[in-house]
Design a protein around this ligand. Structure first.
Ligand code: UDX
Length: 446
């Protein structure tokens, strides 16, 4: 079976190499020529655990071919649309890539008599597949949905850093279909891909499948904003710790332990953008919810909160040397999109602090944002040398090994703000001015 993938970002490329590894012939299309050249040379355009060997195999066996032309999709039976859906200035979703790829696919459908199936995996607001993609495909190909070509909505739930693992073992598969033939074709692909052990399958219509993706991400983001709100309360109660609260409430099986790590707020390419799109979309329906808008407000406040703790700890930031450990929006990726760390650095610069940064993977991308306005360090210990404050912004494993002595020996004044809560508060004596998000009681004690 020959499968096309349009858009070779995280979702597209990870899906492509996993399918190629199971013996499917893959044709990848992306308009970014640089990306295509890198992929052809087996060089992943971004860091993702486990991607390297799979990409190598896919390209070297010839199972995956890629180009920047839709023409190469000729002869594919099924095409995944995995293009980006960024945010417009007003917070609503930018569907230009979805529309452009639907137009490109219509040209392929026009010359294909074998019932090609288009599967929309991009995260799109409810109504997009049925009211935007379908009419473009029909109008521009002159063919009919249901009889000449098929269409499904099939959102993905991959996390960066474990995208391969999530593709191989997803919690669920959601299929939005409005004709039997399309649904059967997609279910049959997944049945053969998962060799009989198909994950739980939820079948519904286009719009509900599209909404499920937003509802899923908003719920997870809500857990993060919720625990960050509880963390604020903990910070006001001497001796209390949000970690204990999260541990205890997480033991209630109705709540669950995951996504209750308090910190500097969620970032990345999905949560912030999807929340904004959901809020704007619900406005158009006259169905706004203070709960959903509150998730975003709380999140925005977290970066501000980190900066204000830093200001208090140093009694002002002007001229102070502040080291930032971690730039990526979470550990396990080099992605700095909407990273709280990048926001915190911007704020520190506004307050005229001198900023020194380190991240095991994300320095190059950060350099493109800040250039010479900040200093880049080769190691964590180099970063904190001579500094007045160290802020831990990403939960990389190597930062978890830092000890009180490391800060005392290297910093000008040993002060640590653990925004990710990865160090053990109890292991720090009052010789280090130590505070963590969600940790009550010590900030005034030192
Ligand atoms: C997310 C969804 O998990 C995934 O299903 C969807 O397809 C894409 O968006 P991802 O953006 O890769 O995946 O990251 P995720 O691991 O979900 O974390 C999102 C953000 O929330 C990160 O900034 C992370 O640090 C933060 N987070 C997560 C917390 O602050 N606390 C937590 O307990 C969990």
């Amino acid at each position: 079976m020959k499968i096309g993938i349009v858009g070779l970002g995280y979702v597209g490329l990870c899906t492509a190499v996993c399918l190629a590894d199971r013996g499917f012939d893959i044709v990848g299309v992306d308009l970014d020529g640089r990306k295509i050249r890198m992929i052809r040379k087996c060089r992943p355009p971004f860091y993702e655990r486990g991607l390297d060997p799979l990409l190598n195999r896919a390209i070297s066996t010839g199972r995956m071919k890629c180009s920047n032309s839709y023409e190469n999709l000729k002869g594919t039976n099924l095409i995944f649309m995995t293009v980006g859906t960024p945010t417009l200035r007003d917070g609503s979703i930018d569907l230009s890539q979805v529309k452009a790829s639907a137009e490109g696919l219509a040209r392929i459908i026009k010359r294909n008599d074998r019932f090609p199936l288009v599967v929309v995996k991009s995260t799109v607001i409810p109504g997009t597949t049925g009211r935007i993609v379908k009419p473009i495909l029909e109008k521009q190909s002159g063919k009919h949905f249901g009889s000449d070509f098929g269409l499904c909505s099939n959102p993905e739930f991959l996390r960066e850093g474990s995208a391969i693992e999530d593709t191989l073992h997803p919690d669920k598969i959601v299929i939005g279909a409005e004709d039997e033939r399309s649904a059967k074709a997609l279910i049959s692909l997944y049945t053969s891909y998962y060799s009989g052990a198909v994950p739980p399958l939820v079948r519904t219509n286009f719009a509900a499948a599209e909404l499920i993706k937003y509802a899923n991400n908003a719920f997870l983001a809500m857990k993060v904003s919720y625990i960050n709100s509880v963390a604020r309360i903990c910070e006001k109660i001497p001796g209390s710790d949000v970690g204990k609260v999260a541990q205890a409430i997480g033991l209630d099986s109705r709540i669950g332990r995951k996504f209750l790590e308090a910190g500097p707020g969620y970032g990345g390419s999905c949560f912030p953008k999807d929340l904004r799109a959901l809020i704007e979309f619900s406005k158009t329906l006259g169905a706004t919810s203070p709960l959903i808008t509150g998730i975003e407000q709380v999140n925005r406040g977290q970066v501000q909160h980190v900066v204000s703790i830093a200001r208090k700890m140093l009694r002002g930031l002007r001229g102070k040397r502040v080291s930032i450990l971690g730039l990526a929006f979470k550990a396990g990726t080099n992605d700095i999109r909407e990273s709280p760390s990048i926001e915190v650095i911007s704020q520190l610069l506004v307050h005229r602090a001198k900023v020194i940064v380190y991240d095991p993977k994300a320095v190059e991308d950060t350099r493109r944002v800040f250039g010479r306005r900040i200093t880049y360090s080769p190691t964590a210990l180099d970063t904190i040398k001579g500094c007045d404050l160290c802020i831990i912004m990403t939960a990389w494993e190597e930062f978890k090994k830092l000890k009180e002595e490391d800060f005392l020996a290297n910093m000008k004044n040993a002060a640590v703000l653990d925004a990710r809560r990865i160090l053990n508060f109890d292991e720090f004596s009052p010789r280090v001015k130590f505070t963590a998000i969600g940790q009550g009681g010590r900030i005034n004690r030192t």
